[in-house]
Every structure is written in structure tokens, then in C-alpha cells.
Design a protein around this ligand. Structure first.
Ligand code: SAM
Length: 288
């Protein structure tokens, strides 16, 4: 336990409670108990969340904790917690802090020695990943891409050779533009899955190479509505002849003009670090 992990035993607990991303049956029994037992619910949007808690017959008071007041007003919640009241943090949907407010409050609570307890549950990225059929042993969550094309493309460029499965959140009005940029940067052959309206009536999980997925979304405006997650297969190192990059091929061609095939392949391998037998195979095809 570090100094900041030291827990103040007289204070309340900050519960970080996941709520449904669509289907209300996904709320856990524990979440319902915690929401009804705490003194206060810190909610991203109190009007939105009051409908949720009313649905479950919970009458705990709500107070706003959103991205505009979280940093400054977090102190108010910390005072209540230090005074012995327990507080539940919720967001509009899913798990707080995951592309949602809550980070500053959790950080402040831990710094103040307030116990922070997760009450896990729905989360769109996990829902999409667990049904996508793409490798799930290692993945990265990128949240929302930048809204302007230049920023989006440069973020995607940084991820072009990322070998882990990639997960993105996207707004419906930008899904087509994002898929177009993914197709351009990652290539149309890269496998991807669009998870739309997960856990809701029109839930869709469409898997296809990026080119086909983009074309499918482009052709059907219904696919450009609702909430969506894009899961993209990670980059795979090229196999066989494709493993020799363009620079190595250029050097090989120059050497082939001067040297026998075997010697050209050996020297090109020395210069570029590419595998000698792959260069030799290429040299046989390319010799003048
Ligand atoms: N905290 C939430 C979570 O745990 O997933 C995410 C909140 S973020 C503001 C909202 C984004 O999550 C949406 O734009 C969409 O990308 C994704 N999302 C939320 N609910 C979804 C659903 N039912 N189906 C697909 N994507 C969803």
C-alpha cells in the first residue's frame, strides 16, 4: 500500500457503478443495491439518470458530476465522502470514466484516502469485443478519433502497424468518414467489425474487410444511425515475398544490373537486413 492508497476508515465509499448501454436488464443486482443504499448519486446528467433510477424505484438524490464541473466541484463530493456519506458515481450509460467523466473525482477521492470501489457491468467496448470474433487476448481501446479528417488520419497513421486488436468509439454522423479513413490507412483487406446499437432492439454486429464494411455502411443510411463501436484486426507482419519492402527491392534491382543473382541477393541482404533467400527468390524473378 502506498501513501495515496491509505484509506480513511471513518469516511464513506465512492462506488463507481456501471449502468446499462441500452438494455435495462443489464443492470446488476449489486448496482441496484448500491444505488439505493448510498447517500448521493453523482451523475453525468441528472435528468437522464433520474429516469433510470425511477425505473428501478430508487429515490436516492442525484447531483451533477460532468466534464465541466468535475474538476472544480469534485471537492463537494469529497467533503461528503470525508464526512462519512457514501456516493455512487454513474455516467449516462455504461462504465464511468470509459470515454465518460469520473477520472478527476476518482483521482481526488483516492488522494484523499477515500475508498473507491468498482461495481462493474456494461461497457460498449467489451460488449463489441466479446462478440466480434477478432483476437481478444491483446487489444487497445482508442476511444473517439479526432473529429476532423487531418487529425483522424494522423491518429490512424500512428496505429497502422499496431498488432493488437483496435477498438474505437464513433458518433453516428462520423461513422462513414471514419470507416473511409480506416480503409485508406489500414487497407481495404483489414478485417473489422461494426457493433451498432448493442444490447438494443436494432443491435447489429457486421464483420467484413474494411472496404466491404465501408461500402455496406455507405449503401444503407440506417447503418449510419445509433451508437457504434468499430473493432479492427491488428496489423500482421507481411509474410513471404511481401516481407521485402520497396527500398530493399530497389536496392536489389540496382545490384542485379551489376552482379550475378546470388551475389546481388547476398549484398542486398547485407545492406537492407531483409532475408537473403527471399531476396534471392525475388532476384530470380526480376533479373534482366
Ligand atoms: N461509458 C460508456 C461505455 O462504458 O461504453 C461509453 C460512453 S461514450 C460517451 C458513448 C459511446 O460509446 C458511443 O458514441 C458509442 O461509440 C459507444 N456506445 C455506447 N453505447 C453503445 C451501444 N449500445 N452500442 C454501440 N456503441 C455504444
Amino acid at each position: 500500500m502506498t501513501a495515496t492508497d491509505a484509506v480513511n476508515s471513518t469516511c464513506g465509499t465512492l462506488y463507481v457503478v456501471a449502468t446499462p448501454i441500452g438494455n435495462l436488464e443489464d443492470i446488476s443486482a449489486r448496482a441496484l443495491r448500491v444505488l439505493s443504499e448510498v447517500a448521493l448519486i453523482a451523475a453525468e446528467d441528472t435528468r437522464h439518470s433520474s429516469r433510470l433510477i425511477q425505473h428501478f424505484g430508487i429515490s436516492t438524490p442525484l447531483a451533477a458530476c460532468h466534464e465541466h464541473n468535475e474538476r472544480d466541484e469534485g471537492g463537494r463530493f469529497i467533503q461528503r465522502l470525508l464526512a462519512g456519506d457514501s456516493v455512487a458515481l454513474i455516467s449516462d450509460a455504461g462504465t464511468p470514466l470509459i470515454s465518460d467523466p469520473g477520472y478527476h473525482l476518482v483521482k481526488q477521492a483516492r488522494a484523499a484516502g477515500v475508498p473507491v470501489v468498482p461495481v462493474p457491468g456494461p461497457c460498449a467496448l467489451v460488449a463489441a469485443l466479446c462478440a466480434a470474433g477478432l483476437p481478444s487476448d491483446r487489444f487497445i481501446f482508442e476511444g473517439f478519433l479526432p473529429s476532423k479528417q487531418a487529425g483522424r488520419r494522423s491518429r490512424l497513421e500512428l496505429l497502422r502497424e499496431e498488432p493488437r486488436t483496435l477498438i474505437f468509439y464513433e458518433a453516428p454522423h462520423r461513422i462513414l468518414d471514419s470507416l473511409k479513413d480506416m480503409e485508406t490507412v489500414f487497407g481495404g483487406d483489414r478485417a473489422a467489425v461494426l457493433g451498432r446499437e448493442l444490447t438494443k432492439t436494432f443491435e447489429t454486429l457486421k464483420g467484413a474487410p474494411l472496404e466491404a464494411l465501408r461500402a455496406w455502411v455507405e449503401a444503407d443510411t440506417n447503418q449510419q444511425r445509433g451508437e457504434c463501436v468499430v473493432v479492427v484486426a491488428g496489423w500482421q507482419a507481411p509474410q513471404g515475398e511481401e516481407a521485402v519492402d520497396e527500398n530493399a527491392r530497389r536496392i536489389l534491382r540496382l545490384l542485379l544490373a551489376e552482379l550475378p543473382v546470388k551475389r546481388a541477393a547476398a549484398v542486398a541482404a547485407e545492406i537492407t537486413g531483409a532475408r537473403k533467400n527471399l531476396l534471392y527468390q525475388l532476384a530470380l524473378q526480376e533479373r534482366p
